[in-house]
Write a protein that binds this ligand. Structure first.
Ligand code: KIV
Ligand code: ZN
Length: 568
């Protein structure tokens, strides 16, 4: 997508924003806590594209990753810091804003903090976010430390981070289950050592809204130096209470909310950005608070994150689910037609949901196509537009009308292609009752130009086709998930296939808390009116993503060892 409207020359970019106590800062951790959800693995390019969209959305802080997890993670954070972290963007009022603060996560130890600083340093507004667990269960069983040792570590490591960076955030992990009196001691120590933001995580999503609100209030009232820092909340959704808890924390004085797009994250996920932002907006007479989020960018950001991570948004998901603004029941439709507010508490346009009446078909030309995309908020570069138009024509030949949903899928599919190693030339299957499902697959290796043809047999046509692909690509992997959906209704509907594969053996980066290797799952999505072709596209995309991630990591390691070999 063309970035001309958000990228400003560094000379003009303001480097800070005045603090407004009536603004809740939005700290987005989609690229760190969100990426920890199994299957949400993103390539460095995808992370960068998402970071750019988060900046356009107006988030105040982007937690771009956990640099100590792997050299690839460090490099991805560094790239974001050096680009998105230095580019101005337009605010809601149309004025130029400073780039988002770029944060890197670090456990409370020197090596992690060194790596976090190395990664975020290029940003105009860098932040180190360091954490250590404070609940007795974590201190005893995970850290095998005493409370006194934790206190000592907090003082030492916050000071260590502060020596690098003015902006230091500290989180007492599992604060929701920690002794509040001990928390006060820990947080006071962090303030003394230089922390500027104190983030209170409900790491396991255990607390209830009134408890969490009371905890924030208690900490703000009892921690010496509380008024010198910004209080932040970070809630997980294990009991489905993440948004409620976050809002309770805000009611109690928190002015930073840590969230992810679509609420993705480990287990049941994190607080959903769109839910908090829209609750503050729709119920602004209750909260009296604002955010810097450009709400019209919410839907597009949600689509992008869903497509890149392969984490499908459930249809009844608040704000961004497919049914969130749909009125099926006759009584509701009647009410909405008579007066919108009978059943709608916010307008679909507020979150940027496409509302166009312009329908495209196979006779639509370039101009109508471009106008339609602009209506939907897409401003593509000329070559991107040309490619999108070519894909649209192919689709329009197969489908009578191309709906907004078809176009959204087409564009985000085009923009989310990982670098291609393997390209599908031909897929042909034979199946039916009393037939042995057989597939012939022809693939081109774009790196070498070679073309390979193989046949496969399987339990069904998709299985046979995957066997054929495996014979050519030869990347050991396990198919973790295969999902097929129709984008629109009707027999000519496009099939939308999602597959998730796991590299064998697992090769993911270190887990933030346990230090164990994370499972690394790669997602691919394919669209086509033919379900076998859609399945082939999805599988090849997942394989290309796996190969691109592997290549990026290998080259980072190679560069690092060359630099180390130079004796620097
Ligand atoms: O959930 C959690 O405790 C975290 C911390 C690292 C902030 O993600
Ligand atoms: Zn978390």
């Amino acid at each position: 997508m063309s970035d001309s409207e958000v990228v400003a020359d560094i000379g003009e970019v303001p480097v800070s924003e005045p603090y407004n106590p009536n603004t809740v800062l939005i700290f987005d951790t989609t690229l760190r806590d969100g990426e920890q959800s199994p299957g949400a693995t993103l390539t460095p390019e995808e992370k960068l594209t998402i970071a750019r969209q988060l900046s356009r959305l107006g988030v105040d802080i982007i937690e771009a990753g956990f640099p100590a997890a792997s050299p690839g993670d460090l490099e991805a954070v560094r790239q974001i810091a050096a680009t998105v972290g230095r580019e101005g963007r337009l605010g809601k009022d149309g004025r130029l804003r400073p780039p988002p603060i770029i944060a890197g996560l670090a456990r409370a130890n020197r090596e992690d903090i060194d790596k976090a600083w190395e990664a975020v340093q290029p940003a105009l507004r860098p932040r180190i976010h360091t954490f250590i667990a404070t609940s007795d269960i974590h201190i005893k069983h995970k850290l095998r430390m005493t409370r006194q040792e934790v206190l000592h570590r907090v003082r030492e490591m916050v000071s260590y981070a502060k020596a690098y960076c003015e902006d230091v955030e500290f989180s007492p992990e599992d604060a929701g289950r920690s002794d509040p009196e001990f928390l006060v001691e820990v947080l006071a120590t962090a303030i003394e050592a230089g922390a500027t933001t104190l983030n209170i995580p409900d790491t396991v999503g255990y607390t209830l809204p009134h408890e969490f609100g009371e905890l924030i209030q208690y900490l703000r009232e009892n921690t010496p130096g509380a008024d010198k820092v910004i209080w932040s909340v970070h809630c997980h959704n294990d009991l489905g209470l993440a948004t409620a808890n976050t809002l309770a924390g805000i009611m109690a004085g928190a002015r930073q909310a840590e969230v992810t797009v679509n609420g993705i994250g480990e287990r049941a996920g994190n607080t959903a950005l769109e839910e908090v932002v829209m609750a503050l907006w729709v119920r602004r007479s209750v909260f009296g608070l604002d955010t810097n989020i450009i709400t019209q960018e919410i839907y597009r950001t949600s689509e992008m994150v869903s497509r890149y991570t392969g984490m499908v948004v459930q249809p009844n998901k608040a704000i961004v689910g497919a049914n969130a603004f749909a009125h099926e029941a006759g009584i509701h439709q009647d009410g909405v037609l008579k007066h919108r507010r009978t059943y709608e508490i916010m307008d679909a346009e507020t979150i940027g949901l496409p509302q166009s009446k312009l329908v495209l078909g196979k006779h639509s030309g370039r101009h109508a196509f471009r106008v339609k995309l602009e209506e939907m908020g897409y401003r593509l570069a000329p070559d991107e537009l040309e490619e999108a138009f070519r894909r649209f024509k192919v689709l329009a030949d197969k489908k009578k009308t191309v709906t907004d949903a078809d176009l959204e899928a087409l564009i985000s599919d085009q923009l989310s292609q990982p670098p291609e190693t393997w390209h599908i030339e031909t897929v042909q299957v034979q199946c039916g009752n009393n037939a042995i499902p057989t597939a012939v697959v022809r693939l081109r290796n774009l790196k070498t130009g070679e073309v390979f043809t193989e046949a496969g047999f399987g339990t069904g046509p998709v299985d046979a086709m995957y066997q054929g692909i495996n014979r050519i690509v030869k990347v050991p992997n396990r198919l973790v998930e295969f999902r097929l959906e129709a984008i629109t209704e009707g027999l000519d509907a496009q099939a939308d296939v999602t597959v998730r594969i796991e590299a064998e053996p697992p090769q993911g980066p270190e887990d933030v808390s346990s230090g164990a290797r994370r499972r690394r799952i790669f997602t691919g999505r394919g669209l086509d009116t033919d379900i076998v072709v859609a399945s082939a596209k999805a599988y090849i995309q997942a394989l290309n993503r796996l190969l691109a991630t592997r290549a990026a990591e290998e080259s980072t390691i190679a560069v690092r060892s060359t630099v180390a070999g130079d004796g620097l």
